[in-house]
Ligand binder design. Structure first.
Ligand code: NCD
Length: 305
């Protein structure tokens, strides 16, 4: 029984296989329509979500399986003081696989130690978000055709942005990748990510505050929302939230084949006029999420199609 708590729980070869399965699902959806018949996915979401929860549910439904769960901690027994470990021990008896999102870093890991069924970390606090990274990798493979040798700009809240941390972990395994970290001083990438996945691996990295200054060199611009819910005070959030707003004017500096990604939800950091730019791929990115999650569910349930 295997869980995916961190993107590094999957090898590079396994990620390639997941991408190959996702591509086959995109090409031949009918083949997979009953692959998970009589299997159940539980979505335990202790924190708000639109795409991650709905794409996991859509994934399981498209595999012919069932879904149950809750989308609000306040409607679960967490509200009465039940521990995550107890909740998971119980849900293990009602479902075959769990996707869990929790505001506390490490909660899905603790849950996986108690669980009898696979757990997928669907986001733990400001820590990691591996299934978003699989979505991002499928997007990059489709839009850029490769991972090697890409210059990846990550812009916005690099401190609390869990999708950024997992994406850096994943991309640090491919040769010739260069990271450009674009954030205000207060929202810099945490040391544990920078040191372990960039410095110790000897990867090229540039840390800047100006997006415009680095725009011309980027192959990928990964925009993120300032994570207001993780701030200690409202004043800092209000001061920092609009530091970067991507506009068509700023994009004139970018390569013609640069891609613009965003895990969504977008708040203000990408002007809606950018949506019509062919380089904007964040809505396509959200759609890829369902297919790679289908592939991940099949793998963890050990279903062969
Ligand atoms: C992200 C998350 O929850 O970390 N959303 C998502 O899953 N697509 C990004 C965010 O909330 O800013």
């Amino acid at each position: 029984m295997r869980s995916v708590i961190d993107i590094l729980d999957l090898s590079v070869e396994e990620i390639d296989q997941l991408i190959a399965v996702a591509d086959d699902i995109i090409a031949n959806p009918a083949k997979y329509r009953e692959a998970c018949k009589y299997k159940t996915l539980a979505t335990l979401f202790f924190e708000p979500s639109t795409r991650t929860r709905l794409s996991f549910e859509a994934a399981m439904l498209s595999l012919g399986g069932n879904v149950l769960g809750f989308s609000d901690a306040a409607s679960s027994s967490a509200k009465k003081g039940e521990s995550v470990a107890d909740t998971v021990s119980v849900v293990s008896g009602y479902a075959d696989i769990i996707a869990m999102r929790h505001p506390k870093e490490g909660a899905p890991l603790v849950a996986s130690m108690k669980s009898l069924i696979p757990i997928i970390n669907a986001g733990d606090g400001g820590h990691f978000h591996p299934s978003q990274t699989l979505t991002d990798l499928l997007t990059i493979r489709h839009e850029k055709g490769r991972f090697e040798g890409l210059t990846v700009g990550l812009c916005g809240d690099l401190k609390f942005g869990r999708t950024v941390h997992s994406l850096i972990e994943a991309m640090s395994r491919y040769t010739g990748v260069k990271f450009v970290l674009i954030s205000p001083d207060e929202l810099k990438l945490p040391d544990f990510v920078r040191k372990t996945f960039i410095e110790d691996k000897g990867l090229a990295c540039q840390q800047v505050t100006s997006l415009e200054a680095v725009m011309p060199q980027l192959d990928i611009l990964y925009m993120t929302r300032v994570q207001g819910e993780r701030f200690f005070n409202e004043e800092d959030y209000l001061r920092l939230r609009d530091t970067y707003i991507l506009t068509p004017e700023k994009l004139k500096l970018a390569k013609d084949d640069m891609i613009i990604m965003h895990p969504l939800p977008r708040v203000n950091e990408i002007d809606t006029r950018v949506d019509d730019d062919p380089r904007a791929c964040y809505f396509r990115q959200a759609h890829y999420g369902k297919f790679i999650r289908m592939a991940l569910i099949l793998k963890l349930l050990e279903v062969e199609v």
